[in-house]
Design a binder for this molecule. Structure first.
Ligand code: B12
Length: 315
């Protein structure tokens, strides 16, 4: 993680370059400066503005807050408050630079099929190339929901029909899991944000759903710890007692993995301060009576819904 303070404050970039790199229109940038005292760029003799690398990082941080639904005045106020307390926000990973986006050459479905072919033929070089391409043209939601999920679904179906080996299915999930872990670690950890623990119910090994959720929640600015698969309930409660998370989020895909979760919220309620319990996953999507019977909050049948619900609960 890199603090914005670590970027150079030498004024070298014109407004044109800054706007290209941040995706902000010049007129908007000037308005933000005027109305909210956001930046104080140096001036050339002809009065042209000059910005630093640090200014660009500040603007990227601000636009990321806007993408998260904050108003500009609130985002700038948050930034100024941090600075008043002597804190520099963490820089966003370069991955998120909007100006890298090129128009896609094909629809997500097509990339999903290409990825399926590359992975099921164990062609890692091709799979890497596809990942590099999709990262430069699509946002994370498209990559997760429209490329990875259909690809994994097809892999599951092909495995079920006996068309691909178990080794291939493991290779596929390992490849995608690896990419998601790298992504998770590339996002800054925000120590001041609500703390969320995310993982799988006992004996549940399908961790890609909760891992995707962790990446998206960390991108939203939450302090997320991804704990992986097969978490024993009592150990998790003991860990929650140690670190007092705001919420523990667990995923279950089968009846037998969901069963131990029925007493989970009750166990969390004995802790002080209490932590919320959020749950989801294939089993709950398919069994409305189970999700109604469960104590805690069903976060939704999709990850996008889960993000919205976490926002509401954390507010
Ligand atoms: C990869 C994979 C595995 C890998 C997982 C590796 C890993 N590190 O994650 C391994 C090899 C371990 C595995 C094992 C098994 N698997 Co499997 N597996 C899959 C596969 C191919 C992809 C799963 C995946 O990651 N999908 C992508 C994610 C994002 O989707 P998702 O998990 O469905 O999650 C979505 C929602 O459920 C929700 N969600 C998920 N978690 C959460 C959490 C919260 C809080 C919220 C709000 C939402 C949410 O959001 C997601 C996006 O929409 C699926 C195929 C498929 N159709 O999904 C089969 C599949 C799920 N597996 C299946 C089976 C049968 C098994 C095994 C029983 C096989 C066996 N005989 O050993 C074991 C069970 C292991 C266990 N106890 O958990 C079946 C399940 C059938 C069923 N309905 O019961 C499937 C559907 C394959 C098939 N077509 O038959 N599997």
């Amino acid at each position: 993680m890199v603090s914005i303070a670590e970027f150079s404050d030498e004024p070298i970039f014109t407004i044109k370059v800054v706007c290209e790199r941040t995706g902000i229109k010049p007129v908007t940038l000037r308005a933000w400066e005027r109305r909210y005292n956001l930046l104080d760029p140096s001036r050339l003799e002809n009065n042209y503005r000059l910005y630093s690398d640090r200014d660009i990082q500040i603007l990227r941080w601000i636009t990321h807050r806007l993408e998260n639904g904050l108003t500009i005045s609130r985002a700038v106020r948050e930034y100024h408050e941090l600075r008043l307390n002597g804190i520099w926000p963490e820089a966003l990973p370069i991955l998120q630079t909007p100006v890298l986006r090129n128009p896609p050459k094909a629809a997500p479905k097509e990339y999903s099929e290409q990825l399926f072919t590359a992975i099921t033929s164990h062609n890692e070089i091709k799979a890497r190339q596809i990942i590099d391409t999709i990262q430069s043209v699509f946002n994370l939601e498209t990559i997760f929901f429209e490329i990875f999920n259909p690809c994994l679904y097809e892999i599951g179906e092909a495995w079920y029909r006996g068309e691909i080996r178990i080794a291939t299915e493991h290779y596929a999930s390992g490849f995608i899991r690896g990419f998601l872990m790298n992504l998770l670690q590339a996002f800054p950890v925000n120590n001041r944000a609500p703390k969320l623990l995310v993982g799988c119910a006992p004996e549940e090994f399908h961790e890609i759903g909760p891992l995707m959720l962790s990446v998206l929640l960390r991108r939203e600015g939450y302090q997320v710890e991804f704990l992986g698969s097969d978490l024993p309930v009592d150990d998790l409660v003991a860990y929650a007692e140690d670190i007092s998370p705001d919420m523990v989020i667990l995923s279950a895909g089968f009846e037998h993995t969901a069963r131990p979760l029925f007493q989970f919220q009750e166990k969390l309620n004995k802790l002080s301060p209490k932590s919320l319990f959020g749950f989801g996953g294939r089993y709950f999507n398919e069994n409305s009576s189970a999700r109604d019977a469960m104590q805690g909050v069903f976060l939704g049948s999709t990850l996008a819904e889960a993000i919205r619900n976490v926002h509401d609960l954390m507010d």
